[in-house]
Design a protein around this ligand. Sequence first.
Ligand code: PXP
Length: 235
Amino acid sequence: MATLGVNIDHLATIRQARGGKEPDPIHGAVIAELAGANGITAHLREDRRHIQDRDIYILKQTVGTHLNLEMAPTAEMVNIAVDVLPYMVTLVPEKREELTTEGGLPVREREKELAKIIETLVSNHIQVSLFIDPEINEIKSARRIGATHIELHTGYYANAKYSAQKEELEKLKDCAKAATTLGLHVNAGHGLNYQNVSAVAQIDQMEELNIGHSIISRAALVGLENAIRDMLALI
Ligand code: PXP
């Protein structure tokens, strides 16, 4: 059965909009765990646009499930990961101008450089997942360079419509099967929401789904009524 890793980046995005203390993504992680989340995911971007270094260090102390640190494969981030020692690092490509992670990591193109980073992380007992497009050659490459997990990019599936979405789902299924046969653990994420998650969760080999935007978006709406009532009571 697939489990849920809650991505708390968007809470930090709201905090950074005012540069203050609220909402604290650490509090979000606690609530996510109390609600039954199996893991907490946070992306420390090079430009620190949402999650801050302080968040990652506190999450390491407070998360009782497991912490999945998403990060670009850079020397700075590897140093932080080796210092924090999260349960898992998910390596993602990063462009400063993008709104969110756009594509998978081009593993085949960067095998040598990624292999070194993976070796460093694995030798520190960190599980290493590579966020990749659903392509067999990328999976084989991930295996070759020592990754323990892959995270299949579900953005193409999430954005596709009708029969095209079915085709994208088949690709995800084929890739999940192939990856497991090669000995890799399979996670998935990006763009999963309340309408499209079930089919991906039902893929036999699927271990963890990392979901952020749709959960925080729904929380803003379903939590609004209580927030207004609380404010009215004070006024
Ligand atoms: N997985 C990875 C590697 C991501 O970069 C993101 C977005 O930060 C997610 C999962 C979560 O995607 P979403 O916010 O669309 O649920």
